[in-house]
Design a protein. Structure first.
Length: 501
């Protein structure tokens, strides 16, 4: 690699010696490759269209055949062929601002950024091309691109050097284009329904709104510990207390947890809160929103994800956690009547080893669901009515005080959204936060902290509210058929490379 770099440095210096700048300041572009290839594809083989164009892109291929040369360049929208004729390139008279044919042949490498002027031409072989009259070096590449036939096959290198991945893997570029379209659509969809986007603090004195371990930092001037937010929930609820009835935030969340194909410590979510609504309303909202996203990005409501067909068009199944566990395992938690020991004995018969830190029947139900059911929920499914022990911010269910009005949406065997009828009773909320704090004091680093200011806000008064959170990265995984969350995050967190001296 160092020999290639040295050879390319010599070419950059050669440009300087000839009076050319290897790293241009600017270049005015008249058209994109996509516009030209779509608009002028009708030309017949050998036909020219006398439209002066200027385009720029990175050189991906180079073929020189005597006094004729062909290059392929790509820009953000696509690629196009360049047709170079020595006679035309060198016909500049006294004008020496542009590279000669020999300069181009000797100095330009695959990977260089170049700008060209010319007209549209369909070659005799039917390839739409730019018939180049002038050529400008925009940025000399000193490192070679991955082999065009094999691409960037090292998966970890694709994540570490995403810029290379984007250059040689069109699928990766399309993933991030789709991601941008999706995020733009979510904002537009919510804005059109009179939701207001609020920016809440990333640095917080109390990390709340979820059961998760936060990242800890320190503010030097104030000399206080701070946490990166694990959710936007509690601050958005404060906005509802303040009189904003429909609010949301789409942004980064940080959780000091494990890394896998489904988890990244830094991820993107959208949280949505609507006054005078409940978790049923949030189910309706999330189903409508996600159907719009899938239809917009995939042009269909039936998609293929990792060889599984997922149909978003049908009304999505809604089933309680107890019933879905019974459906998939045959275990009827209603039959235990809250008897934890009886439940344990039943679960021993199905060879399910229960962690020692599970001491309540609600946590036991959730554990069985996660271990035996969750991965089987391929079609869109709302699992509703969760145990109160694992939902400290959700409203109690009116028919069963051991459960809460909460749902999680599962698609392709993983959670995509989480929502509550929000708990607005400040006395109940304080009791639950105190219980969470006691669990934290006993060593549960994911338990919720007491947030006195939030409790004070609830005492001011919060209207009935439905809240919803959707994981953007997992949604993008679905609509781009990506197997890993790292495929849809431009720069996922990775362990530093070990380099030898």
């Amino acid at each position: 690699m160092s020999e290639i770099r040295e050879a390319r440095l010599l070419k950059a210096n050669s440009l300087i010696n000839k009076g050319f700048e290897p790293y241009a300041e600017t270049f005015k572009i008249s058209h994109t490759t996509k516009f030209l290839t779509e608009k002028y594809d009708y030309l017949e083989s050998g036909e020219e269209f006398n439209l002066n164009v200027s385009i720029a892109g990175r050189v991906l291929a180079k073929r020189v055949m005597g006094k004729i040369a062909f290059f392929t360049i790509n820009d953000q929208e696509g690629k196009i062929q360049l047709y170079l004729d020595k006679k035309i390139i060198d016909d500049h008279g006294e004008n020496t601002k542009f590279l000669s044919f020999e300069d181009i042949k000797e100095i330009v490498d695959i990977g260089d950024w170049i700008g060209v002027y010319g007209i549209i031409k369909k070659t005799n072989k039917g390839e739409l091309s730019i018939k180049v009259s002038k050529w400008v070096m925009l940025s000399k590449s000193l490192q070679p691109l991955p082999d065009k036939w094999h691409g960037l096959t090292d998966i970890e290198k694709r994540y570490r050097q995403r810029y290379l991945d984007l250059i040689v893997n069109p699928k990766s570029k399309n993933v991030f284009k789709t991601r941008a379209k999706c995020i733009s659509l979510i904002r537009r969809w919510l804005d059109e329904r009179n939701f207001l986007e609020i920016e809440t603090p990333i640095l917080q004195s109390e990390a709340g709104g979820a059961e998760a371990r936060p990242f800890v930092t320190h503010h030097n001037t104030l000399d206080i510990p701070l946490f990166l937010r694990i959710a936007t929930e509690l601050h958005l609820k404060r906005m509802v207390v303040g009189g904003f009835e429909k609010v949301y935030e789409l942004g980064r969340i940080f959780r000091n947890e494990g890394i896998s194909t489904k988890h990244n410590p830094e991820f993107t979510s959208v949280e949505i809160y609507q006054a005078f609504s409940n978790y049923i309303d949030m189910m309706d909202l999330s189903e409508e929103l996600i159907k719009n996203i899938v239809s917009y990005c995939c042009n269909s409501l039936v998609i293929n994800y990792q060889e599984k067909e997922i149909n978003f068009s049908k009304p999505w199944k809604r089933i309680s956690m107890k019933n879905v566990v019974k459906e998939y395992t045959g275990i009827d938690f209603e039959s235990f009547n809250g008897d934890f020991k009886k439940a344990l004995k039943t679960l021993e018969k199905v060879n399910l080893e229960i962690p020692l830190d599970i001491h309540s029947i609600g946590r036991l139900l959730n554990y069985v669901f996660e271990q035996k059911v969750e991965s089987q929920l391929i079609q869109p499914t709302f699992v509703i009515d969760y145990p109160i022990e694992i939902s400290p911010l959700a409203r109690p269910h009116p028919e069963n005080k051991e459960m809460v009005q909460r749902f999680e949406l599962f698609i392709a065997g993983r959670e995509l959204a989480n929502a509550f009828s929000e708990l607005i009773d400040p006395v109940d909320q304080r009791e639950r936060m105190e219980l969470q704090q006691s669990l934290r004091d006993e060593g549960d680093l994911e338990a919720h902290r007491i947030d006195e200011d939030f409790l004070h806000a609830l005492e001011i008064g919060m209207p009935p509210t439905g809240g919803l959170g959707i994981g953007i990265d997992r949604l993008i995984m679905l609509i781009t058929n990506s197997a890993s969350i790292r495929d849809v995050i431009a720069f996922p967190l990775l362990k530093p490379e070990i380099t030898s001296n």
